[in-house]
Design a protein around this ligand. Structure first.
Ligand code: DON
Length: 307
């Protein structure tokens, strides 16, 4: 499809989705996220050919939450190589993002790096492999995004920490099963900061463009992941990026992607583009209600899905 055709589809689908009743609910379990204006709605696409386009609130910062887990596992994969898969699996869990149930029978090895338990283990791996994990992770994200202004939001991190009983429980339980090497306090502090990263839709689509570009940054051609590693991160996003809605997302949208409870979704078309959508109200599975609806109509109307 031509760039003008893509622009027309984005605008028309955006207005159509904006006009249907939003049945989602804000992520009220994190007090700071419950304060966000639920009417925000933005979209931004960046292609590997340099085409870019945004509509709605694409220039408004939001909390990317679990979307950061895809960046954390990328850095951990770079640091540890294939050994990482001994500590975290690559299978869809079919459970909600914060579930504890499989850990007991799986001996503390989370099913994948995108459920909370898996991302907590990835944080532990990063702490084991980096001198100053919070700083080095942020430097890594700033580098792939080519944006030195990106930052954590301490207000959101503290807000989540103040009510983070389930994540605290997950981390301590995994520690008791031997798959957390550092102190749970340090691991959780890093985890809550990771989830507090803020970006606009434009920044988010720029940050994930390397996954559409076979693992290399578009602006300087430098490799973040090699082809095979990039394939694997995209495959994980395809099969596990939306928790117990991953199958439905593949079925309806047909792109690898990752969601966050801030209402953001990043989706990637390998070899072509990355597209970020943000609308804060969530469906019952914790994924943006309008975001999923938008991407479904977008890939259907442009025929730009991987299937
Ligand atoms: O740990 C949590 O519950 C949040 N910081 C992140 C969860 C999340 O974004 C799940 N996404 N859809």
């Amino acid at each position: 499809m031509t760039n003008n055709g893509v622009k027309k589809v984005i605008s028309s689908v955006f207005h159509k989705v904006a006009s249907i009743p939003d049945n989602g609910k804000l992520a009220a379990y994190i007090p700071e996220l419950a304060k966000v204006n639920p009417e925000y709605f933005g979209v931004y696409i960046s292609s590997v050919n340099g085409f870019e386009y945004g509509v709605g609130d694409w220039n408004q910062k939001f909390s990317i939450q679990s979307i950061a887990k895809a960046l954390a596992v990328t850095l951990a994969y770079k640091a540890l190589g294939e050994q990482i898969w001994q500590r975290v699996g690559v299978e869809p869990s079919g459970t909600p993002f914060n579930s504890l149930v499989q850990l007991e029978s799986d001996n503390g090895i989370p099913r994948n790096p995108f459920i909370n338990s898996g991302a907590i283990v990835v944080c532990d791996i990063l702490i084991c492999n980096l001198k100053n994990p919070k700083k080095e992770f942020l430097d890594f994200v700033r580098d792939i995004a080519q944006n030195p202004q990106l930052d954590y939001c301490s207000k959101i991190a503290e807000s989540e920490k103040s009510v983070g009983y389930l994540n605290i429980g997950l981390c301590n339980y995994i520690k008791s099963l031997g798959n957390i090497k550092n102190s749970p306090e340090e691991v959780l502090d890093f985890y809550f900061n990771l989830c507090s990263l803020e970006m606009t839709c434009r920044e988010l689509s720029h940050t994930f463009l390397f996954l559409a570009n076979h693992g290399s940054k578009l602006f300087d051609g430098k490799e973040v992941l090699n082809h095979s590693q990039c394939k694997r991160i995209n495959a994980l996003m395809q099969t596990c990026g939306f928790y117990d809605e991953s199958g439905e997302f593949a079925f309806k949208v047909g792109l690898p992607g990752k969601s966050g409870v801030g209402g953001g979704i990043i989706a990637v078309h390998p070899g072509k583009y990355s597209i970020a959508v943000w609308s804060p109200r969530l469906n019952a599975r914790g994924n943006s209600y309008r975001g999923v609806r938008f991407l479904e109509s977008f890939t259907t109307n442009t025929r730009e899905s991987i299937f």
